[in-house]
Ligand binder design. Structure first.
Ligand code: KIV
Ligand code: NA
Length: 264
């Protein structure tokens, strides 16, 4: 029975064990992933796209994410649940970051938070850790900065790789318990992984990170367009479309409901 903790995560790195993280946004999928043994569930601000239908993560709010995060905590028993802090809820400074993280921990039961950025959010990371909030960092392609990057493109090529390395080391020194590396060259992700004592979690960062993460709808084949780094482990989009068409067909033709679905 107990939940996975930051100590378990640290121990996995010491043992050179790789581990999977998935996003989740509701109780049913949280339960399925929890029972499948996924040790860490992230309620990502990717909910902006896969739940709320926006075309970037920028518009999603704390109030949008709080009920989803609470549902994931209720649906899971063993996983550590990480709440993603959305755009605008922590950048302005330490006070905002503490207020937002406090809402997530108190109102949802989440066990840790994630925020985007390195040295520019160091005061926030340090204050959160000092206040008792485990912090997961996120470097490389940080989607809340899409308008600065000018699109979703690989980060950390060439000299900017050293900037990313410095950000990763700064997050580690600030007390972060893990750091996501999104869409970076695999050799850079490997070097950062070897240089840090905290685990790296790759998404589009090659095979040498300590852990991997994917948006579950990408992994399960529900989203129509995905990045090169996504592997589809199922074709749930086709499966669900087939189920909807079969249901519609049976209703239209009077086949469903059959006698066994009816009350006498
Ligand atoms: O919001 C999200 O889903 C994420 C992961 C892809 C790391 O931040
Ligand atoms: Na995110």
């Amino acid at each position: 029975g107990r939940r996975v903790t930051v100590r378990d995560i640290a121990a996995a790195k010491a043992r050179h064990e790789k581990w999977p993280m998935l996003t989740a946004y509701d109780a049913l999928t949280a339960r399925i992933f929890d029972e499948a043994g996924i040790p860490v569930l992230l309620v990502g601000d990717s909910a902006a796209m896969v739940v709320y239908g926006y075309d970037s993560t920028i518009p999603v709010t704390v109030d949008d994410l709080i009920p989803l995060t609470a549902a994931v905590v209720r649906g899971s028993k063993r996983a550590m649940v990480v709440a993603d802090l959305p755009f605008g809820s922590y950048q302005a400074g330490v006070a905002d970051a503490l207020a937002t993280a406090t809402r997530f921990l108190k109102e949802t039961g989440a066990h840790a938070i994630k925020l985007e950025g390195g040295r520019r959010v160091l005061p926030q990371a340090e204050a959160l850790v000092a206040s008792g909030v485990p912090v997961m960092g996120h470097l490389g392609l940080t989607p809340q900065s899409v308008n600065v990057f000018g699109g979703y493109r690989v980060q950390g090529r060439g000299e900017s790789g050293e900037e990313l390395m410095a950000d990763a080391k700064a997050l580690e020194a600030a007390g972060a318990f893990a750091v996501v590396l999104e869409c970076v060259p695999e050799d850079l992700a490997a070097r950062v992984t070897a240089s840090l004592s905290i685990p790296t979690i790759g998404i589009g960062g090659g095979n040498q990170t300590d852990a991997q993460v994917l948006v579950w709808q990408d992994m399960a084949g529900l989203t129509p367009h995905t990045a090169k780094f996504v592997k589809r482990f199922a074709d749930m989009g086709a499966l669900l479309g087939d189920a909807a068409r079969a249901y519609a067909d049976e209703v239209v033709n009077g086949v469903y409901p059959a006698p066994e679905h009816s009350y006498r």
